[in-house]
Ligand binder design. Structure first.
Ligand code: SF4
Length: 501
């Protein structure tokens, strides 16, 4: 059963709004905060077996995508999914973006606050407001609890980032703005700080004021808002509204809506925030780690390119139910975590995971390898990114053991669906003289993908080149744990090219 598309629908499918792709129908299931129960996961595996291609994909917002669906999912099945909390009660809201949070919320030693109750509350509030259907389907929010596995730099319209100020936990309110789109940390700090208990109502206030301005724009038929080149949506994003109004004016309108003034802090001397920024390493979600709950551990599992076969899914659901707390956590890096495992069962769990042909080591190239759908499923793609990523991972895993993950991102076009942030190495698919190949970018740089080092290479040259690049990095990085981006950014392009020849 499919519903008529909402007026603002673009390319963000939900369960009730499946969309066509080159490889069949595509459907997306929202998993708020990426936290899913074993029962829910089994239901999704069942769906993938009955209607899809017998596999699922974890997305970079910790949603689940079903691909190659060949027939309509019947209304009674959708009702069952609503019953078990996998589909929105109000179908018209089902396409809204997942709320993002740190996948180690509540189990991380160093977090300042467990954000899970806040994510649940926000999800409940948003799903209760039918008028939010008019929001851009890309309206996105994240809660970062200030722990070691941070989502603070993930692409979101609104980021609430926990900090410690004068002995109390607050959330800093950051908003994404167009002017900073190419920066590695693309948010503007509003200077507003929120107590945890007021954070959800303020996010609802931000959504409502955004909505009011959308409707105002619609009624005035304004066309002055500039839209980003890579977006197909004609629905202005929150950042377009912020451009138009100015952040200060927008916050004032939120205060008017909430009927109270929001607390602000000087943006100078914000040492708390600076400290938080320098200590994050999101790859700590992989491998085995002690939890803050004594005697328990979590295991972060590498999910190659976000894909799992249903036979793996059923077994993972069983492991979480038998040895964990019956939930699994999907990560925005397209991996997953099983938590709350008593230490004495860790060996047993890890051997069951290996038995499923899955790994949990950060040294595995797949741990930080990302690829968009590619030309097998997307007409916009210049190359077969997924197959190329698999070939690259197999090649490198046989030859190299990295000391620390290096993020390699294959994207079939500049839209960059699979990863919004800059990668350590980005391979941008393109066609030259009817041949598919890749532009190669490294590190930070001012281009949205980093610094371009090679203008066009056919895929056959990529595995050996990347092997060379990674070997040079391992040989020449000057201090322990120097990141790949820090390493390449120390050199000019000419120096890098001569090192890699
Ligand atoms: S990044 Fe481009 S090619 Fe890849 S899935 Fe998105 S639209 Fe398609």
């Amino acid at each position: 059963m499919s519903l008529p598309l909402p007026s603002n629908f673009v390319s963000c499918p939900g369960l009730f709004y499946p969309t066509s792709a080159r490889d069949g129908i595509l459907s997306r299931i929202r998993i708020p905060g990426g936290i899913i129960t074993s029962q829910q996961l089994r239901a999704i595996a069942n769906l993938a077996d009955k209607f899809g291609n017998g596999s699922i994909n974890i997305t970079n917002r910790a949603n689940i995508q079903l691909r190659e669906i060949t027939r309509d999912i019947p209304a009674d099945v959708l009702a069952l999914l609503q019953e078990i909390g996998l589909a929105a009660r109000l179908p018209e809201l089902d396409h809204l973006r997942n709320i993002m949070g740190s996948p180690t919320a509540g189990i991380d030693h160093s977090e300042l606050i467990d954000t899970r109750p806040l994510m649940r509350e926000l999800e409940y509030q948003m799903m209760a407001h039918a008028d939010l259907v008019e929001l851009s389907p890309k309206f996105s929010v994240c809660f970062d609890g200030g722990g070691s596995v941070s989502v603070a730099t993930q692409a979101n319209d609104i980021a609430l980032i926990a900090v410690f100020i004068a002995g109390e936990v607050y959330f800093r309110l950051k908003l994404r703005v167009n002017a900073d789109m190419d920066a590695s940390y693309p948010f503007l700090d509003t200077g507003v700080i929120l107590k945890p208990e007021e954070s959800v109502s303020v996010v609802v206030g931000l959504a409502k004021v955004y909505l009011q301005n959308l409707l105002k724009n619609k009624s005035q038929n304004q066309s002055s808002i500039s839209l980003n080149l890579y977006r197909k949506s004609h629905q202005p994003r929150l950042r377009d509204i912020l451009d138009e109004l100015g952040v200060a004016q927008f916050i004032q309108e939120v205060e008017f809506y909430l009927n109270r003034r929001l607390r602000r802090i000087s943006l100078e001397n914000n040492q708390d925030f600076q400290n938080h920024q320098t200590h994050q390493n999101h790859y700590l979600h992989l491998d085995i780690h002690h939890q803050k709950q004594k005697g328990f551990a979590y295991i972060g599992i590498v999910t190659p390119l976000g894909k799992l076969e249903t036979k793996q899914i059923y077994e993972l659901a069983n492991i979480a139910q038998t040895h964990g707390d019956g939930t699994l956590r999907l990560t925005p890096w397209q991996n997953l975590i099983i938590s709350d495992i008593p230490i004495q069962y860790i060996q047993e769990v890890s051997s069951k995971i290996r038995h499923l042909k899955l790994d949990y080591s950060v040294n595995n190239i797949y741990s930080a390898l990302v690829a968009c759908t590619g030309n097998a499923g997307c007409a916009s793609s210049a190359t077969d990114t997924k197959s190329h990523a698999v070939l690259l991972a197999e090649y490198l895993n046989r030859r190299i053991t990295l000391p620390t993950p290096v993020n390699i991102h294959f994207t079939g076009c500049p839209k960059s669906c699979a990863q919004a942030a800059k990668g350590d190495i980005t391979l941008l698919g393109m066609i030259r003289e009817q041949e598919g190949g890749y532009q190669v970018y490294l590190g930070k740089g001012d281009n949205r993908f980093g610094r371009m080092i090679y203008d066009f290479l056919p895929f056959v040259e990529i595995p050996a080149l990347l092997e060379k690049i990674l070997l040079v990095y391992m040989a020449k990085s000057t201090y322990l744990n120097e990141s790949f981006a820090d390493f390449v950014n120390r050199y000019s392009l000419k120096q890098l090219q001569s090192m890699f020849e």
